[in-house]
Design a protein. Structure first.
Lengths: 327, 335, 327, 335
């Protein structure tokens, strides 16, 4: 069960610090937890883990493909490896290894891709993954999760360690807007309805969750009642919830810090068209490359804002079907 | 060392593996004959005794592991595993059959005794490293074996792994590169010249040995030396011929081949003959060894008073004899 | 303009032979055409090209990432590189290189991924790409095409050589069912309506095009009129045509030799939900891994058959909206 | 050879680049100072004359190319390009600015004079190979230069490229590895020990030279020798210090750094002083050279009858003098 914060303040702790702490807690209980990194320990905030558990922490150097293969091998002998790189490299450089050595081989590998989308900021286009989830999404049986805030990091990392299989986690490294109250817990594969509403559902993820909540607030002024869902599991998508929202609100807006081609908007569309086709508007990156800039600059540049969500809602509402609805 | 099979005994095992692999491929009518034939002797040495395993318990935690990174050589490994008793010989007919247990490339989830899923070249080394590293963390003395192709060494992941394994002094990793001088499209020197692989792995910090990859004795010695060596991973460069022992040997286009019935009959016949020769040689050796041992025993008994150690020592040869017989029997079953 | 064959016979020429011939014709006219392969010339059927143009044919060995990087470099100095590997490796092993060295760098690189999906047959799961298009689809600005038959190969290869940018072509190597009459020509980014129909649209690609045509024939017996579209360009998807079909037939079935997660069904869903949400059923691989077998065995195993399309049509029809339709 | 700048002249250019790079980073307040500082001398040698280019026509087809594979060292290259006249000095303030021309990692579509987009480590070598190969096909005598990091050598793609370039005898490819002993997380020997890189590239078939990477004269000689060498690609192993010449030199965490105003003021001041010293040394050398030349000329004139060649020969030193002055002027503009 989770509780939503009603303020939009930055979490006091950095995402990465919570991640490191969560893994250290796990490592204290379970000898099989192993951390891997590809020369980005300074970025991932995993230094405390590396200091505390030098025998279970492996910096493979700048060799992401090797890292995933090693992680797969470790899991062959019962280890539970958590491997990190920036989201761009954790996916694009390892796609074949994740597919064959990890997923197809049915091993137990956890991957963290940090700096999703615009949160890569000054690292620019080469380092700004708007495609990481898309690259991974067609790999069978993999679980794809975007972590919303430190409270979720804390809870999900623990779950993921317990569930056998390949998990890819996408997460901003630094501070995120707090969405959940401390102690909240989450169910992988189930979206979180953060706000009830009846005119439209905003299905958001990552940094766009708080933007969606802001958008919903501002829509109230226009007497539009927006439901807000944090769809932190992109795969498997919560088919049931998507259908329910489609049926009940008859219009959907998706919001993601990712390319709308192949991303969350895509996953939601796949779910919508099965039994409950309703109009969907997508807020996200429109098939463009990344670039350098502050996160704020980039959010504006790519339209990843509450204002953009409000616009999308206003575009989608007139397209709602008014007549007989047969599903 | 005393537990080790003799070269002559391993020769029997090798010819048995070659024969059964050919029969397996014959059943399907085509396949990766080139890369299967070139690793037969290495598999004979490993599954002839060097690689610790238990056919009755393929998932035994204490076992050594083999990552056959050149996963397309699966047919040779399948033949070996069935000869060693991991699964019944009949299963070999499932090669490449939809829904069967023996896919064209090795799959740890499908075949008893296959330790890692491979087929995308370059990936095996990393998996083997992970296994070796995990075993080191687990304080297990298990050894991880790895077989890669020479063409496979084109893949950068091989060198990522090479650099890592050396930096981490993974001496529980013993790798072989099947230097058969051919890749899929032709001779490596024409496609992408890999140059001197021994030199390269040495420059990457490995303990490197180069041996005749069809000489079971040489391979056995190299594995023994590799096991002794501390502080670095081992690379045994196998000087081999792709398709060795068959019509495919060293010819162009021998990577994946269809063959005529005549070609295959001839190869099977030749290999069966070699197996018989090998058996005769091994039997002669064994007879000589027993005679010598009996003589020695007699001399000892006459000369020495009873000690505490002998009973145990005596058990060893007995065990060995048992082990020796097993593969021969299996070989017979399968000829 | 294209003309559809009315027989379902295998093309007399192999796809790969047509591909090689097309590239050789281009090479004869244009010195800048270069062919690259990663130790699969024997498979790609490009031996004649390699013999005829040894100075412009490069076998990089088993090093797909390097191949794509080299292709990008060649295009920096004006070459037009066509690089081949099996679809699995041409995408999974090169994703970062295609993204950065080729697409983001705005270079001119053509990639052929052969043996899509079940056509990999005996090569089995490691070699059977049900995810290649999905891996590539989130890369911005890339063009993704699946070639239907030799007639299309002939025409598209020539076009692709002329259009600057990154193109990924997916193609069975061996013989395909002939769908088009010799001399047909195609427009990249536009789907081909092969058969008119009013009750449902079957949007298919690759080996599923002829299955779709067969399905349409059999549906006639049930007095169901099915439109058949060959959506050979997966990206950019023909938004206009999808909307038109949605409006006119009010139900869609997609059919692909690929994972439905992130594949053609996904691309069509994205297009459908914008302005014309209608129910979509997807025929394709349901998030499963590949395996060995004959193409026929595998088509049955994964449900890539005309019969499966017929079933999907029958599932989707009852969900069509009967009431007021407001888009 | 005669067109080459002297070490003293190149020293002036190097200090100029270092100074302007520092000012550029100072403007932003943080950045990849470590990896930028370690390649300054190499950039000085290349853009001081070895790399054929035309600042007025950055896309000139006949130019040599540089692929800065360690694309995070962009700031040093940007400073160099602006000093060489590719774009106005003012543009340097666009470093890392949204919508600007100077992204954190090199981008061929954003910055005049940048030949290849880089930033994902390991990719530059392949692109450089493609360019070199394409130039060879085009019968161009253009040379492709490549700079990679030592940490970057962890990436398998580097070795894929290394094997390929040697097999294809790409002698029009001259690469540098910035052996600054540090990568992002620390010292390479602690993170992933790359061992002896010279050995490794030699084993991969390259013509390898190892030089002090902060000695412009040594780099110049190595480039000259690389240009002479036939039949193999060249690797120049630059023995460098990450962050050389600044507070960042060799310290931990110097990969990407924020710095205090004091630290940077001090570094700028120190570098400006070094620049002055270098200028004085170069001027003295130049004066000596001119005096010697004048004396020689006088002796020649007195001793020899007029020939046909002299007029052309005389033009050369004139041209050279012009070239020599240009960077000095640019340097002054930018101090
Ligand atoms: C990543 C990857 N690329 C391409 C292939 C296709 N392939 C299978 S075997 C092979 C040649 C292997 O040559 P080598 O490593 O020398 O093996 P061997 O000679 O022992 O058969 C190729 C290119 C593959 N399996 N994996
Ligand atoms: C593929 C990839 N992985 C990770 C990174 C992040 N990264 C940027 S620079 C760097 C360290 C580079 O070390 P080195 O090559 O030694 O460069 P230098 O010391 O010259 O800065 C890392 C890990 C990257 N840019 N690309
Ligand atoms: Mg070989
Ligand atoms: Mg370094």
């Amino acid at each position: 069960m989770f509780k939503v914060c009603d303020t939009f303040v930055k979490s006091p702790t950095l995402m990465r610090d919570t991640y490191c702490k969560a893994l250290m807690d796990l490592a204290a209980e379970n000898d099989d937890i192993v951390a891997l990194d590809a020369d980005l320990v300074s970025s991932s905030g995993m230094k405390p883990f590396f200091s505390a558990y030098p025998d279970r922490a492996i910096n493979v150097g700048i060799a992401e493909a090797n890292m995933i293969g090693i992680a797969a091998g470790l899991s062959v002998v019962g280890k539970i490896p958590f491997a990190h790189s920036f989201g761009c490299f954790a996916t694009r450089k390892t796609c074949d290894q994740v597919m064959i050595s990890a997923a197809y081989a049915k091993l137990n590998v956890k991957i963290l891709g940090s700096d999703p989308g615009v949160t890569a900021a000054y690292n620019g286009g080469t380092h700004m993954p708007f495609e990481d989830m898309g690259v991974m999404r067609s790999i069978p049986e993999i679980t794809l999760i975007e972590l919303t805030d430190p409270v979720m990091v804390q809870d999900i990392v623990r779950q993921v360690a317990d569930i056998y299989g390949v998990h890819y986690l996408r997460m901003a490294r630094k501070n995120a807007t707090a969405v959940y109250e401390a102690g909240s817990s989450f169910e992988i594969g189930k979206g979180n309805v953060l706000l009830e509403g009846k005119d439209v559902t905003i299905i958001a993820s990552g940094i766009m969750v708080s933007e969606a909540l802001k958008a919903a607030q501002s829509l109230k002024n226009d007497r539009i009642s927006a439901r807000v869902v944090d769809m932190f599991t992109w795969k498997p998508i919560d088919q049931e919830l998507v259908e329910k929202c489609a049926r009940e609100t008859r219009a959907i807006v998706t919001a993601e810090n990712h390319n709308v081609v192949g991303g969350l908007g895509s996953a939601v569309s796949e779910a919508v068209v099965r039994t409950s086709p309703v109009p969907v508007e997508m807020v996200g990156v429109k098939d463009r490359f990344g670039q350098v800039g502050t996160e704020e600059y980039l959010k504006n540049e790519y339209g990843l804002t509450a204002a953009e969500i409000v616009d999308a809602v206003k575009r989608v509402l007139p397209r709602k079907k008014r007549g007989l609805f047969s599903f | 060392m005393e537990n080790r099979k003799s070269a002559k005994e391993l020769r029997v095992i090798a010819e048995g593996i070659r024969l059964v692999t050919l029969q397996e491929l014959e059943g399907f009518g085509s396949g990766h004959i080139g890369g299967s034939m070139s690793i037969v002797e290495t598999l004979a040495v490993l599954y002839g005794g060097e690689l610790r395993c238990d056919p009755g318990n393929p998932k035994w935690e204490e076992r050594d592991r083999l990552v056959l990174s050149k996963g397309h050589a699966g047919p040779a490994l399948y033949a070996t595993l069935s000869l060693r008793g991991f699964f019944p010989k009949e299963m070999l007919s499932e090669l490449n059959q939809g829904g069967g247990h023996l896919p064209s490339h090795c799959d740890r989830n499908k075949t008893p005794g296959v330790d890692m899923t491979t087929g995308s070249l370059g990936q095996g080394i990393s998996a083997a490293i992970g296994i070796a590293l995990g075993n080191r963390m687990n304080k297990s003395d298990s050894i991880t074996y790895l077989i890669i192709g020479d063409g496979e060494c084109n893949e950068g992941q091989v060198w990522e792994g090479a650099m890592f394994a050396a930096a981490h002094k993974l001496s529980n990793l013993i790798a072989f590169v099947d230097w058969n001088k051919q890749q899929l499209d032709g001779f490596t020197k024409d496609i992408l010249d890999v140059g001197d692989l021994a030199d390269k792995f040495r420059a990457f910090g490995w303990f490197v040995q180069k041996v005749d990859g069809h000489d079971v004795g040489a391979i056995l010695d190299a594995v023994a030396a590799a096991k002794e060596h501390e502080g670095a991973p081992s690379m045994i460069v196998l000087d081999t011929i792709k398709g060795y022992g068959t019509f495919a040997a060293g010819v162009e286009g021998n990577h994946h081949m269809s063959f005529t019935k005549d070609q295959m009959d001839e190869a099977v016949k030749k290999t069966a003959e070699k197996l018989e020769e090998a058996r005769a040689a091994a039997a002669a050796e064994e007879a000589a060894r027993r005679a010598a041992a009996a003589a020695e025993e007699a001399v000892k008994k006459a000369a020495e008073p009873p000690e505490e150690q002998p009973p145990e020592k005596q058990e060893e040869p007995a065990e060995k004899a048992e082990e020796d017989e097993a593969p021969a029997e299996e070989g017979e079953d399968n000829v």
